[in-house]
Design a protein around this ligand. Structure first.
Ligand SMILES: [Fe+2]
Length: 297
């Protein structure tokens, strides 16, 4: 969550006359979506739903259907909340873009998921550095209607708030990255024994194919401390993915008492994004093809 990108984006929104509240939320400016925005949504929605069939976990597809995500236009956030809130108590709130960490976690800890209101441009279908409406809404919200994942996100928000106060946020940021954004889940019948559930993957054509099918990355069994010590990539596909057995495993993670764990890990050295350890449960060991040597964050 880059402060400079955030500042630039906020300035753009202020200049556009959108009123931003102290918690960085705005009213979704529905009247500002034009034909191009709806066309981009329609194109991305059609492309990803076709690609995800058989590749994404069943819970995601069920959530997409239950929410009634529209295929042809940018959704009204109120319409989404009409389905989401009665199911799990979560609601989405419109924001101008990336919000400060503390604000983001306060939203999660109160079962609010911030969704960027604006859509990417037609020349950004394949790659966008910061999250837009399609990533935030299509990528994240279908699983928020699943109670077990909804509870995980809530517990995560509370833990991250506490970690932020304790200056231990990088440890929790890695957990979010390797589960909520780039998580894989076991599925014996699928290529490499995995299906997809992370939002950063489901909203990306390239990473949908790469994460499940490429020989390049490591696919390792999820282990909490291991994940919290592992650096990651923000500029390329991941070198390693961590694979949960099922969503009950994430629910177990949500029950963790993080305070002693953060203390324990505070001085533990971090692992590189591409490391494979003797203690890892290796599902596939990456060929390392196309990996760049530096750039882990
Ligand atoms: Fe995201």
């Amino acid at each position: 969550m880059s402060a400079s990108a955030n500042t630039a984006r906020l300035k753009e929104q202020f200049d556009a006359g959108l009123e931003t509240r102290a918690d960085f939320t705005i009213d979704q400016p529905l009247e500002r979506y034009g034909a191009v925005d709806h066309a981009v949504w329609q194109q991305l929605y059609a492309r990803q739903t076709a690609l995800l069939e058989g590749r994404v976990c069943d819970e995601f597809l069920a959530g997409l259907e239950r929410i009634g995500m529209p295929a042809t236009h940018v959704p009204s956030f109120d319409d989404i909340n009409a389905k989401l809130t009665p199911a799990t108590g979560w609601r989405i709130v419109a924001v101008p873009g990336l919000v400060p960490d503390q604000v983001f976690f306060e939203h999660l800890a109160n079962r609010r998921f911030p969704v960027t209101w604006w859509m990417r441009r037609p020349d950004q279908l394949d790659y966008l550095q910061e999250p837009d409406c399609f990533h935030d809404l299509f990528g994240h919200v279908p699983l928020l209607i699943q109670p077990i994942f909804a509870d995980y996100m809530h517990a995560y928000g509370r833990a991250a708030l506490a970690a932020n106060d304790a200056g231990a946020l990088p440890l929790l940021a890695r957990l979010y990255w390797y589960t909520v954004e780039f998580g894989l889940i076991r599925d014996a019948a699928s290529p490499n024994g995995v299906k997809i559930y992370g939002a950063g993957i489901v909203s990306s054509k390239g990473e949908t194919l790469y994460s499940q099918q490429s020989a390049a990355p490591n696919r390792l069994g999820f282990e909490l401390e291991r994940v919290m010590r592992t650096r990651y990539r923000i500029d390329t596909f991941q070198k390693s993915y961590f694979v949960i057995d099922d969503f009950e495993q994430l629910f177990g993670v949500a029950q963790t008492d993080f305070a002693p764990l953060l203390t324990k890990l505070a001085k533990a050295p971090a692992f590189a994004a591409g490391d494979v350890l003797d203690s890892d449960r290796v599902i596939t060991r990456g060929s390392r093809e196309g990996w760049q040597d530096d750039g882990d964050v």
